[in-house]
Design a binder for this molecule. Structure first.
Ligand code: ADP
Length: 397
């Protein structure tokens, strides 16, 4: 059997999986690992395989040390690059700008092009490049493939992609809507026509990726025509810790009134806002516990989250004209029955009817949660971004 090593390299962490690209969407990867606290004294590597878990605590100096430690550990459990048939390495890259839509075989020139996009993703692209550099050095004989979070949305219609700000300033600074979570929206949306038994180019759908970060997309016959995230992943839906769409004037107001710096506002809107900013917690399981205990802030936070979600669902129904399916995915979308129900409750006149019993069923499989009468079919479709990246990378093997 052949496998792909999938790497998601962040600023202080590296997530990796060894994935069979032929696997089903809900199959477990052969191995998954996480290197945390890179550059700190309390570094940690966790490797999970076969129902087992190995944890190593030690300082991990940098990404090179983190990936080396991971490969050593993989060799130790018999799943190292010399022991399993690895055919490619797939790298998640956050920002592909207007340059990349499709996955790209990595060479020095491609790395430079990803580096040129750093101004658009100053936190993410440098960390992605670190992962690519280290992995190419340690595994020089394998094809390395970059898969871009923005790629699926590269060709959004101009009316959805452009912001109504001064065109010269926008063009000079590459300001436009790029969208993120593209690998997930694409992966989910490709399964829906099969679930409907309809040709992909005839299906209009809304995909809702609701994890810690959250985004919605409107997809017309396989082509995205709008998505909620923008130049950065801060826009759109209210999220775990991110504010989503706000009046941009709030930023000037905070700078002037509260004397906050740009970095402080950036931190506030990205890390101290969203459901957490309103309630103190960003995990929806904790949020539900607080709501059940009568906590009013938690209830308010939940309602703000649902309100934003319904606002975009409404907008995308109009943008698409006819909607065949709405799908929920990611941590919240796959697990939180209340969010799914409340996002779509009371929309019978628009052909949307959630089946309360079907909505309660817990499963790893894609499933229908609307009634048989519902004109718009509502699905839960588990996402698997690593598998999607592995499949794309395997195509270059
Ligand atoms: P990320 O955006 O970090 O990839 P995930 O898609 O894994 O996140 O989603 C993580 C979030 O999913 C958690 O913060 C939590 O809010 C939510 N979540 C996970 N499991 C459940 C559950 N059983 N019920 C409700 N929410 C859940």
């Amino acid at each position: 059997m052949s496998y792909v090593l999938v790497i998601n390299s962040g600023s202080s962490s590296i997530k990796f999986q060894i994935v069979d690209p032929q696997a089903g969407a809900t199959d477990d990867p052969m191995v998954s690992g996480l290197v945390e606290q890179i550059g700190e004294d309390n570094g940690r590597l966790t490797v999970k395989y076969d129902g087992k878990k190995v944890v190593k605590q030690q300082p991990i100096k940098d990404h090179t040390a983190g990936l080396k430690l991971s490969i050593d550990q993989l060799e130790r459990i018999g799943m190292g690059p010399t022991q399993v048939d690895l055919i490619a390495v797939g790298h998640r890259v956050v920002h592909g700008g207007m340059v990349f839509s499709a996955p790209e075989l990595i060479n020095d020139q491609v790395v430079e092009m990803i580096r040129d996009l750093i101004p658009l993703a100053p936190l993410h692209n440098p960390a992605n490049i670190d992962g690519i550099d280290v992995a190419r050095e340690l595994l020089p004989n394998l094809p390395h493939v970059a898969v871009f979070d923005t790629g699926f949305f590269r060709d959004l219609p101009p009316a959805a992609a452009l912001y109504a700000i001064n065109a010269e300033v926008a063009a000079a600074n590459q300001v436009r809507r790029y969208g993120f979570h593209g690998t997930s929206h694409e992966f989910i949306s490709q399964q829906v026509p099969e679930l409907l038994g309809a040709p992909a180019n005839e299906v209009n759908q809304i995909t809702l990726h609701l994890g810690n970060g959250a985004s919605a997309s409107a997809i017309h016959g396989g082509q995205p025509i709008d998505t909620t995230m923008g130049l950065t992943p801060l826009a759109g839906l209210a999220m775990g810790t991110r504010c989503g769409d706000i009046d941009p004037g709030i930023i000037f107001h905070l700078a002037r009134q509260a004397d906050m710096s740009i970095d402080e506002i950036d931190n506030l809107l990205n890390k101290q806002s969203g459901v957490k900013g309103l309630s103190g917690v960003n995990d929806f399981r904790q949020l539900r516990e607080l709501i059940d205990a009568g906590n009013e802030d938690a209830w308010l936070a939940y309602n703000v989250y649902i309100h934003a979600l319904r606002r975009f669902i409404g907008a995308y129904m109009v943008a698409l004209g006819r909607v065949d399916a709405i799908s929920f995915t990611a941590g919240v979308g796959e697990n939180d029955t209340n969010v799914r129900y409340d996002a779509l409750a009371g929309l019978e006149m628009y052909g949307i009817e959630i089946d309360e019993e079907r909505n309660q069923i817990r499963s790893d499989e894609p499933r229908l949660i609307s009634t048989d009468n519902s004109r718009v079919k509502v699905f839960v479709v588990p996402t698997n971004e690593e598998l999607a990246i592995a499949r794309k990378a395997a195509a270059f093997a």
